[in-house]
Design a protein around this ligand. Structure first.
Ligand code: SF4
Length: 183
């Protein structure tokens, strides 16, 4: 099986999810959000094809990473390959974050068994299109107010969207502590 990527696996990211993460930039996105920062990832014939087995080897060789983030593009358009990669990450005890332009509810309503299975291997899903008019630089791990940082295992269990509470707040700079805090 192959996956179409926009860029090589990128380790040591601290902005694409909690902790230190390796990011897999998938190629291809139909959502075409106005103001998207990754428009070069829209073309489904762009980027390049890689064997999933080679990506697994790269993941296995990673050092000092807390987890993997599947981003893009939209990983949901290559769900078979992303499912294989997410399963492998779990075997290695790496947590899995995924960014998608679909909302969680839309994903469920697609009734695609592979997407449902993929969700079962995702810890945190950042969902929804990027909406330029709702853009904010004060949000943690998302670009616009409408997007949600979702606790996927609990959402599947509760059968409703459960947000990751610690990322609900807005960013502020604490002058006394000289650090960024989330209120
Ligand atoms: S879903 Fe993401 S990659 Fe796709 S157009 Fe929207 S912001 Fe860009």
């Amino acid at each position: 099986m192959q996956i179409r990527l926009a860029a090589p696996l990128q380790p040591d990211s601290i902005v694409d999810g909690e902790g230190i993460r390796a990011v897999l930039w998938t190629q291809g996105c139909h959502h075409h959000c106005k103001g998207c920062h990754n428009q070069e990832t829209w073309d489904f014939n762009g980027g390049y094809l890689v064997d999933v087995e080679d990506i697994k080897k790269e993941i296995n060789n990673l050092q000092g990473q807390d987890g993997i983030t599947l981003s893009g593009g939209d990983p949901m358009f290559q769900v078979d390959a992303c499912l294989e990669i997410a399963k492998y990450c779990k075997e290695l005890n790496l947590n899995v974050w995924c960014y998608t332009g679909y909302t969680f509810d839309q994903l469920l309503s697609l009734k695609n068994p592979k997407i449902i299975e993929f969700l079962n291997y995702i810890d945190v899903l950042v969902d929804g299109k990027f909406i330029l008019e709702q853009r904010s630089l004060d949000l943690k791990f998302k670009g616009s107010e409408n997007q949600r940082v979702i606790d996927v295992p609990n959402s599947l269990k509760e059968k409703k969207v459960v947000l990751v509470e610690k990322y609900l707040g807005r960013k502020e700079y604490d002058m006394k502590k000289r650090t960024t805090v989330y209120l």
